[in-house]
Design a protein around this ligand. Structure first.
Ligand code: PSU
Ligand code: MN
Length: 324
């Protein structure tokens, strides 16, 4: 049966978006016109999540994986006051190697950073928003932001979560970072009407550095075809809210559970003592986790992103076959 297209499902339309502020690479532009499979990628991992020069290598590898699986990578960042979609190697190197602290662009920061002609890595919230403006419904990353464990004192809830509530993009990630409060994050997503599914044989919600958190997602998605159908339905229903597809890390790359939990506790404690606030919290904790694990968290972080990129690309390829 042919389902009637919903006219305002953005994926199907070539959108009018500000040519002044948005600049897609030739490859992405052509991909969009020809309705090729595209995977959006964020750059806050590059500017704030991983240390130099591993961050740059990792970004190149993620793009390679997306290509190998038949899709176009659309890496998104703010460069000199423009939103770039599809970066050159030079732009990735520049973003990943600037010495002075590069900006971290969340949804709220976009108008200001653009007005000041600045350069910034985009977080999950701003990357979702930009991907959606262009009609790209699949986005791969490591972990999304969420409700912080000390939320009752700090009110720290990532803007990523509200973005899921209002932007129809499927984010493929290893769940939320385990530095966060997982049950509260899941509750918050439920309130926002966001479906959370595990790409595995069970509905166990992953724990970023390890496979299981002890909490459950809304269900399990066992095949790429099912995942593509899920995204297709999100678009056809014109839900105007997103989906989180959580992909657990492969067992051979997991970190040891007790060790990583202790390290996270210590990093959180340090952040509190140093009075780290606002958008500095997540980068600070990730950096301390790296230091306290003697860098052991890095290969795990890379491996999970690579797996997410592969799964996202396979879903995007399958989704492009469902569209007509
Ligand atoms: N996951 C990682 N590393 C990161 C991030 C997520 O493994 O650097 C970034 C993402 O870009 C996410 C952001 O959107 O951290 C969340 O920041 P905050 O908690 O300040 O909202
Ligand atoms: Mn925050």
């Amino acid at each position: 049966m042919i389902v009637q297209r919903v006219p305002n499902v953005r994926y199907y339309t070539s959108l009018p978006y500000s040519k002044k502020l948005f600049c897609a690479s030739e490859e992405v532009r052509r991909g969009l016109e020809e309705k090729k499979a595209i995977v959006a990628l964020e750059t806050a991992i590059l500017t704030h999540g991983l240390p130099k020069p591993i961050n740059i290598e990792t970004q190149f590898e993620i793009e390679q994986i997306v290509r190998k699986n038949g899709c176009i990578p659309a890496t998104i960042a703010l460069i000199d006051g423009q939103i770039k979609i599809g970066l050159t190697h030079e732009e990735i190197e520049r973003l990943g190697s600037t010495d002075k602290q590069t900006f971290k662009a969340s949804r709220r920061d976009l108008p200001y950073l653009l007005s000041q002609k600045l350069t910034a890595g985009t977080t999950v919230s701003s990357t979702m928003l930009i991907a959606h403006r262009l009609g790209i419904p699949i986005f791969a990353t490591g972990g999304i932001g969420g409700v912080h464990r000390d939320v009752t004192d700090t009110f720290d809830i990532s803007a990523d979560l509200d973005e899921f509530g209002r932007t129809p993009v499927c984010v493929v990630s290893s769940g939320v970072k385990s530095i966060l409060d997982i049950p509260r994050t899941l509750e918050y997503l439920e309130t926002k009407g966001v479906g959370v599914y595990t790409y595995d044989t069970t509905d166990e919600f992953p724990n970023f550095f390890t496979k299981s958190s002890g909490y459950r997602s809304c269900g399990s998605v066992k095949t790429i075809e099912d995942a593509a159908q899920l995204v297709f339905n999100m678009l056809e229903l014109n839900l105007q809210s997103g989906l989180l597809l959580a992909v657990p890390i492969d067992e051979e790359h997991e970190l040891q559970g007790q060790m990583i939990n202790n390290v996270i506790e210590e990093a959180l404690d340090l952040a509190k003592k140093q009075n780290i606030r606002g958008n500095k919290v997540t980068p600070y904790i990730l950096q301390e986790v790296r230091r306290l694990t003697d860098g052991q968290s890095i290969p795990t972080n890379q491996k999970l992103i690579y797996k997410n990129a592969k799964v996202a690309a396979q879903i995007a390829a399958a989704l492009s076959k469902l569209q007509y």
